[in-house]
Design a protein around this ligand. Structure first.
Ligand code: GTP
Ligand code: MG
Length: 446
């Protein structure tokens, strides 16, 4: 493990060519090191913090390698809480490497993945959930995911977790006080006034766990598989939803043999949509493999859209019928709406004439988000949700012990453990292992 006292450097922008590229430094020696590479050497000291200045940048031989805007942040008013310098250079790979290499020559160490943000956390600039939001923001694939991460980065989760922690601390201290003063026979009365608070707390915690179940689709995306008998119009639906002719459409049953996928954004959820081979008794080897692949896709599907068409409106087989997230859709409504057929389906559409297709998208996203508005969700990391789940179990066990009069000491033990787990979410309580697991997923320079 590297020391946190040294000064570290990284190229913070992606490898490649761009108009600008950023090289950053953090640590006590930042300004000293940076000063030795501006032309003429040493000109930089003193530099006004938080002001942008244009400098010539020189290498070890004193040769000019770039002109860069240099920004200096003085500790503690910086991202990491330490002295920091950022060079906004011209965004060529060799330029950035030359600047970076010079920083290392002057004594900076190469930063590890996530080390800047890790320092920000260790110096109390942000809570652990906020640092995770930094990574999530960078990884966001839709606008909704960006908004959610930005809200958490802004302290939207931290304040809520802090409120839960405070509530729990209040209850624990009341119980601890009672431990000293309350007579055995009064325990019952005491339980009666304390239980509602614990139940309320559990409701709040459970609500966030539920939000995680829905919100994870915003972050990770969802697999939506269109399946059904041959000729139902699956490929037509795929094309309509994709907005271009992705799949071959024909009135020959068995047209699609291998599955085809596209990536789309439905109400903020990154959707991977699959068009599959029609399910029927396969008539040749290729079709057999195709239908096998379709069935394998079901295992990874978050939603299966079962498409049927007139006249048969063939239902899914028994096995798929048991699938939890199945939406049945009757297609080709243009052919049957006038003759008043009412097929049993969750939705009726015409893939060819784009009728009801938007409703289908909304139905699928409502299904995935369990009626939450993406804008209201506080999307949690799995780490955070699992801590909340463990805390919720402990609070519940504490409530039961309180209710059944098993002794206040036991109740306090459960609640104290729950308090620790909740503290791990924001990093009020943390260990090296947790920090390592979190920051290793960052990119270098963040
Ligand atoms: N009238 C009408 N025809 C449709 C509609 N959707 C699809 N079709 C037609 O149905 C036929 C089959 O369409 P495909 O999209 O190839 O059907 P598929 O389910 O992909 O078929 P396979 O790949 O063979 O399993 C084509 O002739 C389409 O033009 C619809 O909404 N209305
Ligand atoms: Mg097809």
């Amino acid at each position: 493990m590297n020391s946190f006292n040294d000064t570290i450097a990284a190229i913070a922008t992606p490898d490649g060519t761009g108009a600008l590229g950023v090289v950053r430094l953090t640590g006590a020696q930042s300004l000293n090191i940076a000063s030795q590479m501006v032309a003429p050497s040493g000109k930089m000291l003193p530099i006004k913090p938080q002001f942008a200045s244009l400098f010539g940048i020189i290498d070890g031989d004193g040769d000019l390698i770039d002109q860069a805007v240099v920004l200096y942040w003085k500790s503690p008013r910086s991202f990491t809480g330490e002295d920091m310098v950022e060079f906004s250079c011209h965004g060529g790979r060799e330029v950035l490497r030359a600047v970076y290499t010079r920083l290392l020559e002057l004594g900076a160490r190469a930063a590890e993945a996530g080390e800047f943000t890790r320092r920000a956390f260790l110096n109390g600039k942000m809570s652990l959930d906020q640092t995770e939001a930094v990574a999530a923001l960078i990884e966001s694939r839709t606008r909704s995911a960006v908004k959610v991460s930005a809200r958490i980065l802004d302290g939207g989760l931290r304040s809520k977790i802090e409120a839960i922690r405070q509530e729990l601390i209040d209850i624990i201290s009341r119980i601890e006080l009672a431990l000293d003063f309350v007579e055995e026979e009064l325990d019952h009365e005491f339980a009666k006034v304390t239980l509602p608070g614990l139940e309320e707390l559990n409701k709040t915690v459970d609500e966030y766990i539920r939000q995680y179940e829905s919100g994870k689709f915003l972050r990770n995306g969802a697999n939506v598989v269109i399946a059904g008998p041959p000729n139902a119009g699956k490929s037509t639906l795929m094309n309509t939803l994709a907005g271009f002719e992705r799949a071959i459409v024909s009135d020959t049953p068995g047209t699609t043999r291998d599955f085809i996928d596209v990536t789309l954004d439905w109400n903020g959820i990154p959707i991977r949509l699959y068009d599959t081979a029609g399910l029927r008794e396969a008539i040749d080897e290729i079709e057999k493999v195709g239908t096998l692949k379709t069935r394998q896709l079901f295992e990874h599907a978050d939603v299966v859209v079962w498409l049927m068409s007139p006249p048969g409106f063939e239902k899914p087989d028994h096995e798929l019928g048991k699938f939890n997230n199945l939406i049945t859709v009757a297609n080709k409504s243009d052919l049957f709406e006038d003759i008043l057929i009412d097929p049993v389906a969750d939705l009726t559409i015409s893939a060819k004439y784009h009728d009801g297709v938007e409703e289908l998208q909304n139905l699928v996203t409502r299904f995935l988000l369990k009626d939450y508005d993406p804008g209201d969700l506080l999307v949690l990391e799995q780490r955070q949700a699992s801590l909340l789940q463990q805390a919720s179990d402990l609070i519940r066990s504490g409530s039961i012990n309180l209710e059944t009069n098993l002794g206040l000491e036991l109740v306090v033990t459960d609640l104290r453990s729950a308090l620790n787990l909740i503290g791990e979410i924001t990093g009020a309580v943390s260990s090296q292992d947790i920090l390592h697991a979190i920051f290793s997923r960052f990119c270098i320079g963040k």
